[in-house]
Write a protein of this length. Sequence first.
Length: 410
Amino acid sequence: MDEWPEGWFRGDEGPGGAGGANDKTAGIPPGHPGGQYHVRQYQAGQRATAPPGNWPAQPPSHSPSGPEGPSWTPSRTGGGGFPRPPRWRGWLRPGRIFATLVTLVAVLVVAVIGTYFYLNSKLNRADVLTAFAGRPAPGSGTNWLIAGSDSRQGLSTTQEHALSTGSDAGSRSDTILVLHVPSGGGRPVLISIPRDSYVNIPGHGMNKINAAYAFGGPALLAQTIQADTGLYINHFMEIGFGGFVQVVNDVGGVRLCLQHRLHDAASGVHLKKGCHNLTGIQALAYVRDRHNFVTQDLQREQDQRIFLKALLDKMTSGGVMYNPFRALPAASATVATLTVDQGTSLYDLVGVAKAMRNPLTTTVPIANANYPTPAGDSVLWSSQAKTLWQDLQSGQPVPRSLISGSHQAP
């Protein structure tokens, strides 16, 4: 039995007249190429109502879609007059989203790796930790010798005048710190060594420890520390006045709250009681100040540790680390002004920065802060200092009685 309605293929009232003698589509089912005659009529807007004969009724045309229609736009329609989806939807396909994310991640990785090697190459490396007869064997954990030199390199004449530093006084180190990072993941220990500590300087006899830097630079200072403490030094790091000022400025200043007003013409510090966002020049004046305190250098060492923690907190904060306009200048200034030993990399510096954010802090135990010597009044270490160094070298916990902490002057 024929499935097509009788009037469909006969075209009784089709365009060619009775019997469909002139109907070119008679007997052709829908979809057949020969049926395009009526499709063209419909697309031209000529079939808004049911055609004569038994052809199925066509849906009314809502808007002209053929070439004669004013809204016909080939770029926005697909085949058969149906609208094409917006082009932006193509970007929402999972494949394209994944490819875009992969590209962004690859660019980010390349940028990070490139920045790392660039900054690592800018480090000033020196042959500091040299071998010598009697050098201690490597102990437990990692030990850093950190020195702040009196170098004015990077300071303008105006800045030197503002800081009351005078001209370059030669090679001296008034800030000497030892940072011990335990191998077992315990809390690091940061120890200040007074610059007037009376010690044996290899090849030069007994003298104040900062004379070691004047006699032989950082290499002799490192040798002196190791010989007098029995502590193996793994890494060395030094920064001068100019580099210190630049780093503080590049991070946008460092917030510090003072319990007392500080005024000293020698260091150039002039700060009121309360909280301040210290600029580089103000920060350097603060860490150099000693004349405001009865204990002078001993209090200055505590203030240096307090400020160092505040600086590292700022450098590792989200406002700096995730802000390229802060992070990159600060990192670039830091590595360009540091002097490190040959074995220190940027990765090591990142680790030491994290370790110094929250260490136990103290000053080497002292028996006499005004010990008379041929070199002038000096600092004499107590017998407990030997215990401190031995515990660090062997990885033993340091007795709490030897941890004095860091506090502002009362």
